[in-house]
Write a protein that binds this ligand. Sequence first.
Ligand code: SF4
Length: 106
Amino acid sequence: MAAKGRKAEGKPLGKPLGKPLGKPSGKAGAAGSAPAGAKFKIIHDVPTCIGCGACAAVSSNWVMKGEKAKVKVMLLGKLGDNIDAAESCPVTCIHIVDLQKNKKLI
Ligand code: SF4
């Protein structure tokens, strides 16, 4: 028997992410440079992903597409819950790079 007044099943998606950065214009910066405002880059090693869904369970920036996870926004101004997604991954196939420091965070 379902509890009265209970909302839909499942975990809340967490805090909203920063404003999407949109597509690079291709006008400014060197080839391959990140769009203005991008501070972090998400790297997903797709072949290593085992499709466990942990990232999608803890981060609203991750969804499951078939048997693999998919990141919605790769270039971010704010990390949001992407660190949680990377830390939850059992095969460490989510990496985050700080573009300003040119340093891998995880
Ligand atoms: S947590 Fe890692 S292995 Fe699991 S679905 Fe996400 S990216 Fe793939």
